[in-house]
Design a protein around this ligand. Structure first.
Ligand code: ZN
Length: 498
């Protein structure tokens, strides 16, 4: 259905048989479920939205439900054809931090699998045919300034609330980035685009609505690199009368805002307003896998039996989609450097194994996270290298570099080959001239762009192991890659200094 079609408008091209269809006795019911990728206060289902999301995907699939995008549900609702989606369910996540996309090293609870990778893991496990329309909608806080501020006040202050991954997430076909307002009107912000009480979204002014929703949608379209319709989710699920019954109906369609989502703990039905589409929330509406099944039961959804033709079509569609998003594999999708506020949990064991002492209390800590490919093996992300920095006059001195010697053995061969192609010898030469413990120095202010830092860090990791390609480290056809030969003894200059 084209965007901007207003609620209740009847599509022009109708099947002639539609006029003979008996009136529906029961409206289709389509639940939409919501998680928060920042919801990490442990590593079990109840305390970790990533763990819950992975298990909930399995439960939804096992219940025979079909996952479709929120856009599809909105289109069907607006066109009055929700009955086409009987047996379907929509998935969304709110706030839009890096944890939606990347595997992130959470300082207190260890590396977390990004939500998009959880989705990709599901697809790898079951095949593209299993859920051909698999999709997750991420509602992101749009303002970069607000995100940078909230990163410091609501998260660990590690710079985890970026938007550089939006186009890449969109390009997978598995995730779309949508509007969660300009600044969320969060209590911790010093300034906000609205005068509504902080911590609410009770907007009553045209101008404020235009900035918080209209301008935010335009900025978001540009940044995610996909034009057209934008979906909006109310911050705090706080639906003001003004927005839902006045501003959005008047300005939404013209601004290509297609629909708005709240948290009313109910399924979407024929009568739902497109400006207040209900959702269920993890933590509020369910806290366990059996709780999710209760929610789905209460929502009245039942799997619709699928015929052979449908299954064949779905399979073909799934294969097409999977082929469309395939691209060259690159090491940077699987190895990424993160600055973290505290590395004791993330790299404490690795550091102790390397230097026989705890991670020192230095101001800056960096970890290299390895994100395994989605597939039959373990997909748990892990920290494979660590280093720290401290300021010394105009430069940062770097030291304490240590890498997990077993890490490369767990990597797939193609990744190892790419990594080995990096010019490690140049790094070694560079390091030989440095004072004890200092591996590198760089200007203290400004830092470097993350990709450069990742690349350099990665090269240093390579400088440690394995060195030149040797006959002894080449894999046998059947053997593991690379060889399980013990790494070389560590050199003095890799001590925990400076
Ligand atoms: Zn929110």
């Amino acid at each position: 259905m084209p965007p901007g079609l207003s609620n209740g408008e009847i599509p022009k091209m109708r099947d002639a048989r539609d006029s003979f269809r008996p009136p529906m006795t029961r409206s289709a019911r389509v639940p939409i479920l919501t998680w928060h990728a920042m919801g990490v206060s442990g590593n079990d289902y109840a305390t970790n939205d990533h763990v819950a999301f992975a298990r909930d995907l399995e439960a939804i699939h096992a219940a025979g439900l079909r996952i479709v995008s929120l856009r599809r549900i909105a289109d069907a609702l607006i066109a009055g054809r929700l009955d086409k989606l009987e047996g379907c369910v929509g998935l969304s996540i709110d706030d839009g931090a890096d944890l939606d996309f990347h595997d992130v090293p959470q300082p207190a609870w260890g590396p977390q699998r990004g939500m998009l990778r959880v989705l990709a893991d599901f697809r790898a496990r079951h095949g593209a045919d299993a859920q051909p329309d698999l999709h997750l909608t991420s509602f992101a806080v749009v303002s970069p300034q607000a995100r940078a501020h909230l990163d410091r006040t609501c998260m660990a202050g590690c710079g985890w609330w970026n938007d550089d991954w939006w186009p890449a997430a969109e390009a997978t076909g598995l995730m779309s980035i949508e509007n969660h307002s300009w600044d969320h009107n969060h209590e911790s912000l010093e300034t906000s685009a609205t005068t509504a009480a902080p911590g609410t979204f009770a907007i009553t002014s045209e101008t404020e609505a235009e900035v918080e929703i209209g301008a935010a949608a335009r900025w978001l379209r540009q940044r995610r690199q996909r034009g057209g319709a934008v979906l909006f989710a109310y911050p705090y699920d706080d639906v003001s009368e003004f927005l839902s019954t006045s501003w959005l109906p008047r300005h939404g369609p013209a601004g290509e805002i297609l629909a708005a989502y709240a948290g009313d703990s109910a399924p979407v039905v024929r009568e739902s307003s497109r400006w207040r589409i209900p959702r269920y929330g993890f933590g509020r509406d369910w806290k366990s896998e059996s709780g999710l099944l209760d929610v789905l039961r209460d929502a009245g959804v039942a799997a619709r039996p699928r015929g052979r033709i449908f299954r064949m079509l779905a399979a073909a569609k799934g294969r097409l989609r999977a082929a469309g998003v395939r691209r060259a594999r690159t090491w940077s999708d699987h190895l990424r450097t993160w600055e973290v506020s505290d590395a004791r949990v993330l790299a404490g064991d690795l550091f102790r194994r390397s230097f026989g002492q705890d991670v020192p209390d230095y101001p800056r800590h960096f970890v290299l996270v390895y994100s395994p490919e989605s597939g039959p093996g373990s997909t748990t992300p892990e920290v494979v290298a660590y280093c720290h920095q401290r300021a010394f006059e105009e430069v940062y001195l770097e030291g304490g570099m240590c890498a997990d010697a077993g890490a490369y053995r767990r990597m797939p061969r193609w990744l190892f080959e790419q990594a080995r192609a990096r010019p490690a010898h140049r790094i070694r030469r560079h390091r030989q001239g440095t004072p004890d413990g200092v591996l590198a120095a760089r200007t203290a202010r400004g830092g470097e762009a993350a990709p450069d830092r990742a690349r350099r860090f990665h090269r240093r990791l390579l400088a440690i192991f394995p060195r030149e390609p040797r006959a002894a480290t080449r894999p046998s056809r059947r053997g593991s890659w690379p060889s399980t030969r013990a790494p070389r003894p560590r050199r003095q200059d890799r001590g925990p200094g400076p």
